[in-house]
Design a protein around this ligand. Structure first.
Ligand code: SD4
Length: 324
């Protein structure tokens, strides 16, 4: 550790102890590298307790925040019954499942994949783009080709369940954003590790029955996810078009940087979307955020959004506050 990061870490530790002693309860414990050990936690959009516990337990065992968030997200990506993420995801209106994901680490590095077909673990693929290419984003066929070169297996992502639902939808082909139903279950996962570092992952099959080629906020750094390790991190779920227009996750982290709590920052970011609408919006957007002191905020336009947190061996799903 260089002197600057030592000083930053030391001063962070002192001020954080004053703010939230429980988060830093293990501060005196040293890990194998002799570095002060923070109490880790994992946090995600929606009721995904298996995924969040997986990430949280990995953090308890010393995993770094980025790997833990990807490991947690992978649980949902592999779950064929989760029709909003990974394998079994809801297809576009042409019947093809295309996945979006991004990751961002504590150093501010990021990677993303857009509209990828046939690859289940797109969060891990986004990390590979970040680490193994000179780029930040790979889209479509290029992302798929890169995945295959890296040894990922090509798989059919369209489950029988999702195929049947799509065939039913085709009868009317009625496209309307829905509130809180299955088409709003993007997994955004934020992790804080024993080294006191924050990272995050966002993974989704995007809106159900989207136009072919449509990409939402989830893989867009600053919209679906943003991490600033000196401040905090935020993730989004819901109608991506509205999140992109307000660069929601970046906005929340910047508001925290200016002194807002995670809760205040999430509320302002939701307000920013709602104030542009005439009346009550007929779509959902929700955010979850954390700061470096471990304070958590969540807010949504409509009722029905919840988030999950794992800390100190306890996993809980909590209903978010909302405007309506
Ligand atoms: C998108 N934000 O593609 C995503 C959708 C979502 O659960 O949250 N789905 O716009």
């Amino acid at each position: 550790m260089n002197r600057k990061s030592f000083i930053q870490r030391s001063s962070l530790g002192i001020s954080s102890l004053l703010i939230s002693p429980s988060v830093f309860a293990k501060k005196t414990i040293k890990n194998s590298k002799g570095v002060a050990s923070f109490t880790p936690f994992a946090l995600a959009t929606w009721d995904v307790q298996r995924a969040v516990s997986t990430a949280g337990k990995a953090l308890d065992q010393g995993s770094n925040a980025l790997d833990a968030s990807i490991q947690g997200a992978a649980i949902e990506e592999a779950d064929i019954h989760n029709t909003t993420v990974g394998k079994g995801g809801t297809p576009d209106r042409e019947g093809e499942v295309t996945l979006d994901a991004c990751v961002m680490d504590a150093k501010g590095n990021c990677g993303a994949v857009l509209a990828v077909q046939n690859i289940t673990h797109v969060a891990a693929l986004a990390k590979d783009v970040m680490e193994k290419t000179p780029h930040v984003i790979l889209a479509g066929e290029g992302a798929r080709k890169f995945a295959l070169e890296q040894g990922y297996q090509a798989e059919n992502l369209l489950s029988e369940e999702s195929k049947k639902a799509w065939q039913k939808w085709l009868k009317n082909s009625n496209y309307q954003p829905e509130i809180n139903i299955e088409n709003h279950d993007t997994i955004g996962m934020l992790c804080f590790d024993q080294q006191g570092e924050l990272s995050g992952t966002c993974t989704t099959s995007g809106l159900a029955y989207k136009m072919k080629g449509r990409v939402g906020d989830s893989p867009i750094i600053g919209s679906g996810l943003f991490v600033d390790n000196s401040v905090g991190a935020a993730v989004a779920t819901g109608l991506g078009e509205e999140v992109i227009k307000t660069v929601g996750s970046f906005l929340i982290v910047e508001l925290m940087k200016q002194g807002k709590s995670p809760q205040e920052a999430c509320e302002i970011a939701i307000q920013r979307i709602v104030e542009k609408q005439k009346g009550k919006p007929d779509f959902q957007v929700a955010y979850v955020a954390t700061n470096k002191q471990g304070a958590i905020g969540a807010f949504s336009i409509h009722k029905g959004f919840s988030y999950t947190i794992y800390k100190n061996n306890k996993c809980q799903n909590i209903d978010s506050k909302s405007i309506f």
